[in-house]
Design a binder for this molecule. Sequence first.
Ligand SMILES: NC(=O)c1ccc[n+]([C@@H]2O[C@H](COP(=O)([O-])OP(=O)(O)OC[C@H]3O[C@@H](n4cnc5c(N)ncnc54)[C@H](OP(=O)(O)O)[C@@H]3O)[C@@H](O)[C@H]2O)c1
Length: 329
Amino acid sequence: MSSFCQPVSRLVRKKAFLIQREYRAAIARSLGQPLIVEDISALEKVEDTEVIVNVEACGINASDILKCQGEYTEKQKLPFIPGFEVCGTVKQVGVKVEDFKPGDRVIGLNKEKLGGFAEECALDQSDVWPISKKVSFEEGAALLDTYATALLCLHRRAKITAKDTVLITAAAGGLGLAAVDLAANVYKAKVIGVCDTEEKASIVRDKGAFAALKFDPKHLRDKIKDYTGKKGIKIILDAVGGDLFKEALKYVTHEGKVIVAGFASRQIPQIMTSDLLPKSYSLIGVSLTHYRLADREVYRLYFFFALMFKYFKEIFSAFFLSFFLFCCK
Ligand SMILES: NC(=O)c1ccc[n+]([C@@H]2O[C@H](COP(=O)([O-])OP(=O)(O)OC[C@H]3O[C@@H](n4cnc5c(N)ncnc54)[C@H](OP(=O)(O)O)[C@@H]3O)[C@@H](O)[C@H]2O)c1
């Protein structure tokens, strides 16, 4: 879809006779091939609601990799500059931008236009959030997508409480660690993470998980039985798909909630709707990208709380979060 691409004019190399400002960018010119670092010319005109950011750090998201390989659900038109989790300082703003000025430290999530793997990135002002010096550029680039998604999954859709046991499948990934952090430290739920090495398991436990298990069906079955007795798991947050998703479904409890957030294994599992009935459990999809398109207010609200969590982690509680989300609705 062309609207999902950085304007191609930005990717055209400077003509020799023009003296125009340039910046470097890593460009995907063909799918499944290494990115090419080139100097490209900056647009002369900044759109009215646009913010140009000097990129100091940009996350390499799982979806960036899929897009570069041509395996993302929405195919990317070539050429394009990948990267949407941007953190840096404002370089320039359009005439209708009132909330940002040059020099401000910001995080941007450029889910539509991408363009983050570059020295400069143009974003709409509605995709930009201010950050304080307390947040490093590197942390900022990895913060919002993960924490806002985890909050949407756990708070808005699963309605997590301290009584719940939560199974997080891709626990050592970006989204998984954010979910472990929120579920264990804000909601005080009993969190069981799944990952593939002992080294990662120790990171997951350090984040606050009650337990971190390696993905081995027998090991999972025995340990989950030990930890939950006959009760099973109330909330499953899955971003892996494939066999792990199918295995995890065996442990969902009566009236449990299963959140489908991604397919890191690249295998999209199929289930029969009749499977939902014996335990009356709910299957819930969450896509941050589509929240942005469908409900911008909620999208921005959850980013705001993800940032608040970063600033006020020590005093950030489930009560505080529920109270403010209630007031904001
Ligand atoms: N729904 C949304 O709005 C949303 C938002 C953010 C991310 N996502 C999706 O969620 C998934 C994870 O994102 P992320 O940002 O956390 O990525 P990430 O930081 O790259 O982490 C990937 C995670 O997936 C696990 N994994 C990968 N392949 C696996 C396999 N074959 N079997 C078991 N585990 C596997 C990894 O486990 P190990 O580390 O143990 O190997 C790791 O924990 C991606 O598919 C991403 O597109 C969705």
